[in-house]
Write a protein that binds this ligand. Sequence first.
Ligand code: CO
Length: 443
Amino acid sequence: MSKSVDHFLDYLRKSPTPYHAVANIAETLETSGYSRLHESHSWPKLTTGKYYLTRNDSSLIAFKLSQSPAAEGFRLIGAHTDSPCLKIKPNAITVNNGYAKFGVEVYGGVLLNPWFDRDLALAGRVTVQTKAGAIDNFLINIDQPIAFIPSLAIHLDREVNENRSINKQKHLPAVICRTDKDSQNFETLLKKWLKQQHPELSPVKILAFELSLYDHQPPQLVGLNREFIASARLDNLLSCYAAVEALLNSNHRSNQVIALNDHEEVGSASTSGAKGSLLYSVLSRICTDNESLQRAISHSVLISADNAHGVHPNYPEVHEPAHQPLINNGPVIKINNNQRYATNSETAAVFKAVCDDNKVPYQVVVVRSDMGCGSTIGPITATRLGVRTVDVGVPQLGMHSIRELAGSKDVEYLVTALKGFFEMKKWPFHRASTTVAKPSMGA
Ligand code: CO
């Protein structure tokens, strides 16, 4: 196993929620000499250096500056920190028929079947009021199999293999214990967990939480040749990981930005999502005036990295026959001329040139003409900023399952390609000019 894949599996395991995914990246950036910025502070004029900031603890932007953005532009990589999952409802515990259960809300496009009969753990953010009156957030990770969603036995539903349907309200609450009481207090449990994980906290009032269930089985390499990675959240922590590795390992003097947004799986419209103001706000503050910002954007390229569907060997008919990406054959460039993906010939060319220069194989995908197409943060960011964009991602199977499948070689390939993008020597979009263009007088 290469160090990179081993390292990635460790990151996945430690990142059961976007909050943890961001906290772990922030810690890595701190130890690599990145200075934390705060949106509420006044920023000095940033010309060179390494910085990062977070919003809502679940989105993160990190950047390295070494040249004038107005003249040289930014090299941007975007990815998303969230994954479809089951989130705990505010009044968390219900009791019926002698069992206490977590009520759950479905977050994003969850593939529900694989959530049954798995050992489920719990993690997320708890917002408390301290004794002094301050409101503060704390992350918790109950890394134990505390919940379970049992299937109904086949004897009680003979049709199950032909037509199973899942009622999200009735069938998904997760069993946590047997009880003879009528109710169970979640706050008592939460207080116990907070005390265990944050012993420094003095007694607090718990005001709210955002917690989700996750698969307790750790990520691992599977297959005869252990060439596959089986794990939750490969979409899209794999791309987040690759973006961070590319940023940390690139030595080239270009302006490099990674933007990792929450809420892609529910449409990106939030304060921390890609439809929100975060990236625009950071780039404007770096550029300080609108003219410089617009010039910078005109020299920039965004690689939007989000996993792609590899061809499924048991369902090849759902894939476009002439475009069948394979796991471990390199990143996939996603094309959709109806702009569900933002790739155009110019940006696809940039990505292909980077891959060729760095000996990374690549593939191209387009969906069948008789099927709908997914989308991602690429077109959203392209629209929001006006930045030329290419949508790419490693191929995977079982997208949005609690146990997805990707390729171990593809992690290396994506890291190498993204690093190569940051280090691309002949940047095709310089054409920097300090002269003011004469307005055209027309004919
Ligand atoms: Co995704």
